[in-house]
Design a protein around this ligand. Sequence first.
Ligand code: NDP
Length: 288
Amino acid sequence: MSTLILDGKVVRAAGLPELKARIEALMKPPTLAIIQVGDREDSTSYIKAKTAFGEKLGVKIKHIKLAEKISEQELIAKISECNQDETIKGIIVQLPLPIALDQDAIIEAISPKKDVDGLTSFNVKRWLEGREDAVIPGTTRGVKELLEYYKIDLFGKHVVVVGRSMLVGKPIAAYCLNENASVTICHSKTADLASETKRADVLIVAAGKPGLIGANHVREGTVVVDVGINTVKGEKLEDEIPSKKLVGDVDFEAVKDIASAISPVPGGVGPMTVLAIFENLADLCVKE
Ligand code: NDP
């Protein structure tokens, strides 16, 4: 049996015409503000990818670059300006922020009406409650739409999520629960990771640890979704960060012949997250 590759680039390309039509149907082309603090090479590269995709859709991107040493008050003031600017319909604060800044406080400064990443507590609460009008966090929406495209139904399945962050692991676990899966969440203190992951029908990994999941973590026929994005030294592929190679949390070569389906890195969840952010933007423009 050949393994199905969950190809985020293909799914994103398939979703582009409908989303473009939704954006074109708006009264005015929306502007998405992307706030970058500092000069991280990986952040710059992700912003480039979002900008290129946004431009294909007719969305104006306002890339606001701020100094690494900006104070929390100054950054919050910048976000408030974007909240008040009526031409700006969505705001992304590119994460991670420099450690001196309180990430939660910064995210909370984004108006929930412009929170295309779905990370403010207002939106997270709605999402956890399973409300229809919730903004689904970008990565979670990306995983959801990738699985839906390939008709992988979670109903009654055992899903194991590795990672429990508020930004990625927990919202993905909540989505799986809302889809009537039984969910196990693993983390760095899980005593025997392999014995947990081997019980999965669907294994979703978001740990930020390259190669964490190998052949001994996966049983025959499991669907494996690799959310991790890690940069390692090596020969780069197209579209990647200059001089760095992107890998996921799953050892793709070791797992690909055991899994029934697997998402690659790059080219799996990453492109889907970009699509999801612009879908959230279109939803928020309509809700206004
Ligand atoms: P965090 O560092 O916030 O969380 C990592 C989680 O993984 C934690 O819950 C941690 O456990 C767990 N973990 C770490 N090491 C292990 C281990 N050895 N065994 C089991 N669990 C472990 O990262 P994020 O959630 O923000 O991101 C996770 C990954 O997803 C990163 O690689 C990130 O780059 C990627 N990402 C990808 C996106 C995409 O679009 N594809 C978007 C956003 C993020 P504990 O809680 O105990 O510390």
